[in-house]
Design a binder for this molecule. Structure first.
Ligand code: MRU
Length: 335
């Protein structure tokens, strides 16, 4: 992508303000861990791997300031609850601190950022093998360059397939209520001249039933030890529809999105967001005062509905507890 999701200047973390896309390209400058935690909470930066990278830079910023680094870890850990990459990145920063002291934190944050880019390219390469030429790929939310250090996970597979010479197109679900599909995925694909068609979430089943979708690829915010997947609200519905229509349903995610400490999906903490995201959009309101609202930001797709988990170390087909454990131990042994 021509535009970076984040830039480290050595003194500040510059975050592309994703709330303003696609209308405006503007960066928000973070100087402290508190600035960074606020930016994560307020969706300036979003998407599991990007949240992890930003949090790492937030700690690096704070390491240059007098004061309590422990408070910075706490603040960032409470910015958003579901994406495990946040906690994974903070843990990596803690280990760097213990090993090399505060002066090592900037380099560790840069390493987390660079590793994420490399990991996404590896995910893309493995995933692209699964994509037939002329495939029409449905995706949900934004698991693209904007959600990572670059290239993307689900959209990384799309980019890599295109780079292999395959002719691919994308069906982007708008992703109510926050519209990451309409605002961000559609924008990324238009920038890259990858053919993209925007639909509302409720059109997905109809398109599948008409044979207008060949496969689905989505990202993940946390994957439990048994392969259950937490991802943007609406993902579960798509997985059920994909099964009904005999379509492959892939989840593309780095190993940093796996949480071996969570046995199954129903134990994953699900963020509940503000009611006004459902009752209207940015200042316009369409629902009556007094109505009760639910706004869970993520849902759980059971492993049995997932055709394969596309990771940087390969594709785990029909994910299971044993398969996930083998995948994670393979990566730990560097195999
Ligand atoms: O609420 P968001 O925009 O942070 O949710 C993002 C998603 O659900 C993505 O699919 C997920 O984080 C994977 S991003 C590579």
């Amino acid at each position: 992508m021509a535009v970076d999701t984040m830039r480290w200047t050595g003194k500040t973390l510059e975050l592309l303000d994703q709330r303003a896309l696609p209308q405006k390209i503007e960066y928000l400058s973070c100087r402290t861990a508190a600035d960074t935690a606020r930016a994560i909470r307020e969706m300036v930066v979003r998407g599991a791997p990007a949240i992890g990278c930003a949090a790492a830079f937030g700690i690096a910023l704070e390491s240059r300031r007098p004061g309590d680094l422990e408070a910075a870890f706490e603040l960032l850990a409470h910015s958003r609850p579901t994406a495990v990459n946040l906690f994974w990145a903070l843990e990596r920063m803690r280990q760097a601190l213990a090993r090399g002291g505060a002066s090592s934190l900037e380099n560790e944050a840069l390493a987390i950022y660079r590793d994420d880019l490399a990991v996404n390219r590896a995910i893309g390469a493995h995933g692209a093998e699964l994509v037939p030429d002329r495939a029409r790929i449905m995706t949900h939310c934004n698991a693209g360059a904007l959600a990572t250090a670059g290239h993307g996970t689900a959209l990384g597979v799309v980019r890599s397939a295109r780079d292999m010479g395959k002719s691919v197109s994308v069906v982007a679900n708008e992703t109510r209520p926050y519209l990451q599909g309409a605002r961000l995925t559609a924008w990324e694909m238009v920038q890259e001249r990858i053919p993209v068609t925007l639909v509302t979430d409720s059109m997905a089943g109809f398109l599948m039933s008409r044979g207008e979708v060949d496969l689905l690829i989505v990202g993940a915010d946390r994957i439990a030890a048994n392969g259950d997947v937490a991802n943007k609200i609406g993902t579960y519905t798509l997985a059920v529809l994909a099964q009904r229509h005999g379509l492959p349903f892939y989840v593309a995610a780095p190993l940093s999105t796996f949480d071996p400490n969570i046995a199954q999906g129903d134990s994953i903490p699900i963020e509940e967001r503000a009611a006004d995201e459902v009752t209207g959009y940015r200042g316009s309101r369409w629902a009556p005062d007094g109505v009760a609202v639910r706004n869970p930001a993520f849902d759980i797709t059971p492993a049995e509905l997932v055709t394969g988990l596309i990771t940087e170390v390969g594709v785990l087909r029909t994910p299971s507890r044993g398969g996930v454990a083998a995948l994670l131990s393979r990566s730990r042994s560097g195999a």
